[in-house]
Design a binder for this molecule. Sequence first.
Ligand SMILES: Cc1cc2nc3c(=O)[nH]c(=O)nc-3n(C[C@H](O)[C@H](O)[C@H](O)COP(=O)(O)OP(=O)(O)OC[C@H]3O[C@@H](n4cnc5c(N)ncnc54)[C@H](O)[C@@H]3O)c2cc1C
Length: 178
Amino acid sequence: MNERPSKWSINDREPLDRWHWMGGKVVLLGDAAHAMLPHLGAGAGQSLEDGWVLGRAVGEYLRSDGQGSSHFESLESTAALYQAVRLPRAQKTQATSRAAGDTYEMQAPDMLEKSFEECCGLIAERTREMMKWVWEEDLDAAYEKVSDEGLHAEGRPNGEDSQQRAHISTDGEARPAP
Ligand SMILES: Cc1cc2nc3c(=O)[nH]c(=O)nc-3n(C[C@H](O)[C@H](O)[C@H](O)COP(=O)(O)OP(=O)(O)OC[C@H]3O[C@@H](n4cnc5c(N)ncnc54)[C@H](O)[C@@H]3O)c2cc1C
C-alpha cells in the first residue's frame, strides 16, 4: 500500500433557485445547475436528463411557432417548463448523493452509535432504496405531467412549493427546503 496516499477534495453546491435568465436565452444544465457528490454515480445521468428535457421543450417551442400550449409562447416560458420538470428531481439527487456519502462512510447521524455489522445492514438497505428512484424515473411521463398541470409564474409546477424541494443540509440528510 502507498505510504503517502494523496487526498482529493470532492465538492457539491447548494441548490439554485433558478436555472434560466435573460428571457430563456441563458439556461443552465448539468453540473453548472446542480453539481453533486459522486456517491450515487448520478451526476452525468442527471445532466443527460436535463439535455433530454431541454431538447424536447425547445423542439416543441420551435415547432409550435408561438401557437397552442402557453408553455411555448416564448423562450422564457419554454425554459420555465424545463426548469419545472428538472429542478426538483436534480436537487433531490444532490441531497441524496450527500446522504449516500455519509451512509457509505457510516457517518449518517443515526449510524454513529451503531456497530459495524448493524451499519452494513443499513448500507445495503438504503443503497437499494436510493438507487431505485434514481434509475427508474420515466422522464417523458414527468415532462408530460408538469406540462399538463401548468406552471406558477416563477416556473415551478402548480401545487409544488418550496417545501417540496430538497434541501442539502450540512449533516447530509435530505430534507425539505427551509
Ligand atoms: C470522482 C467523480 C466520480 C463521478 N462518477 C460518476 C458516475 O459514476 N456516474 C455519473 O453519472 N456521474 C459521475 N460523476 C459526475 C459527472 O462526472 C458530472 O456530473 C458530469 O461530468 C457533468 O457534466 P457537465 O457536462 O455538466 O460538466 P463537465 O463534465 O464538467 O463539462 C464542462 C466542460 O466545460 C469546460 N469549460 C469550463 N469552463 C469553460 C470555459 N470558460 N470555456 C470553455 N469550456 C469550459 C470544461 O473544461 C469541461 O470540459 C462523477 C464525478 C466525479 C468528480
